[in-house]
Design a protein around this ligand. Structure first.
Ligand code: ATP
Ligand code: MG
Length: 326
C-alpha cells in the first residue's frame, strides 16, 4: 500500500494515533492526535510523550484543551513497539467521563438523601415531645407571667426546626412529579416577581428577555419554580454591592433554554465542579442544598443544568423539554 494512502487513512480516523521513538520524541501524529493536543503539525517536535504518559502506567486519562479551546478528557494508551519506539492511542472519552460524573452525582445525592431522612426522622419525634411539654407548661403559666415569653420562644424555635426538617424530607424523598403542560414564561415571571423586592433592596437591576408568544413545556411548574428560585436567590446573593440580573428565555427546537446571568463575584474555577454537591456551600449561613435539589429536579424532567462563570459574573443555563404535542 502506498505510504500516502496509509497516512490518509490514519488522518481520517476519529482516534488519535502517535508514534514515538525511544527518547519519547514524536515522529508521527495523525490529525485527531494534533486536534486533541491543540497543536500544529509544525510544533510536533516540541512534544515528548513522557510528559503525557507516565512510565509506570500504561493507561491514563488526561484533560486536554483543543485549539478551539474545547476541554476534552482523553484516554491515553501506550504500546511498546520493537526497537524502543512506542505507539500512543488517544481516545476522546469526554462524553463517557461526563456521564460517569453525572451518575456519581446522582449516587451521592441518593446516599445523602437516605442519611438525612434517617436523622431527620430521629429528631422529629423527640421534638414533637418537647413541643407538647412546652405547650402544657404554657397553659399552666398565666399570660402576665414574664416566664410565658420564654415558653413562646421555645415553641417558635421548635417550629423553625420542624420547618428545616421538612426541607430535609423534601430533599431526601422528593415528591412525585405532577407533569403537565404549562406556560414556562409565566412560571419564570412569577418566580422573578418573588425576588424583585429583595433585588431592589440590594441595588440589583432585573432585566427580562422573553419571546412574545407563550411557550409551553411539559413539567411540574411548582418544581420548576423551586429550581428558578434557587438560581435567582444565588444570583442576588452573589451581587453583594449591586449589579444586573438578566433572565432570558429562548426556544431551541424541541427544548427551551432559560438563562440567568448575574454580574456577581463569579464562581472560582477550583470549586465549580462541586457547587451541585449536597451541602457544598461557601456562605456562612448557607446549607448548600439549593443547587443539588435543583439539579435533581431538572434531571427528573430530562433536562439539563449547567454553569458558566468568570470574574465578571455567572450564568446558569437550564434546558427543559418543550411540550410539542399541542
Ligand atoms: N450565581 C452565583 N454566583 C456565585 N457563586 C454561586 C452562584 N450560585 C451558586 N454559587 C456557589 O455555589 C454554592 C452552592 O450553591 P447552593 O445554592 O447549592 O447552596 P447555598 O446557596 O450556599 O446554600 P442554600 O442554597 O442551601 O441556602 C454557593 O455557596 C456558592 O459558592
Ligand atoms: Mg443557594
Amino acid at each position: 500500500m502506498r505510504q500516502e494512502l496509509v497516512y490518509e487513512i490514519l488522518d481520517s480516523l476519529p482516534t488519535g494515533v502517535m508514534l514515538a521513538d525511544s527518547t519519547g520524541g514524536v515522529a508521527f501524529a495523525n490529525s485527531a492526535a494534533l486536534e486533541y493536543m491543540g497543536i500544529d503539525r509544525e510544533r510536533l517536535s516540541e512534544i515528548n510523550i513522557d510528559g503525557l504518559v507516565q512510565h509506570d502506567s500504561r493507561k491514563k486519562e488526561t484533560m486536554l484543551r483543543t485549539r478551539g479551546d474545547e476541554r476534552l478528557t482523553v484516554r491515553l494508551s501506550k504500546k511498546d513497539l520493537g526497537g524502543g519506539g512506542s505507539l500512543i492511542i488517544l481516545t476522546d472519552i469526554t462524553e463517557i467521563h461526563q456521564l460517569q460524573q453525572e451518575i456519581l452525582k446522582m449516587d451521592k445525592l441518593a446516599t445523602v438523601g437516605e442519611l438525612t431522612s434517617g436523622i431527620a426522622h430521629e429528631i422529629r419525634n423527640p421534638l414533637a415531645g418537647i413541643k407538647i411539654t412546652a405547650q402544657a407548661l404554657q397553659e399552666e403559666i398565666p399570660d402576665n407571667d414574664h416566664r410565658a415569653a420564654y415558653i413562646s420562644k421555645i415553641i417558635i424555635e421548635i417550629d423553625r426546626l420542624n420547618k428545616l426538617l421538612l426541607n430535609f424530607f423534601d430533599f431526601a424523598k422528593p415528591r412525585e412529579l405532577y407533569v403537565r403542560s404549562c406556560d414556562v414564561k409565566k412560571v419564570i415571571e412569577d418566580t422573578v416577581s418573588m425576588v424583585r423586592d429583595t433585588a431592589r433592596g440590594n441595588h440589583i437591576r432585573i432585566m427580562e428577555f422573553y419571546p412574545t408568544s407563550a411557550i409551553r413545556i411539559k413539567a411540574d411548574p411548582d418544581m420548576i419554580r423551586q429550581v428558578l428560585m434557587n438560581i435567582l436567590i444565588n444570583a442576588v446573593q452573589s451581587m453583594t454591592s449591586g449589579g444586573t440580573m438578566e433572565v432570558h428565555l429562548l426556544e431551541l427546537g424541541s427544548s427551551v433554554r432559560i438563562e440567568v446571568r448575574d454580574t456577581g463575584e463569579g464562581i472560582p474555577e477550583n470549586i465549580r465542579s462541586r457547587i451541585f454537591d449536597p451541602f457544598f456551600t461557601t456562605k456562612p449561613k448557607g446549607i448548600g442544598l439549593g443547587l443539588s435539589i435543583s439539579y435533581r429536579i431538572v434531571k427528573m424532567h430530562s433536562g439539563s443544568i449547567t454553569v458558566e462563570s468568570s470574574a465578571q459574573g455567572t450564568t446558569f443555563i437550564v434546558t427543559l423539554p418543550r411540550d410539542i404535542g399541542r
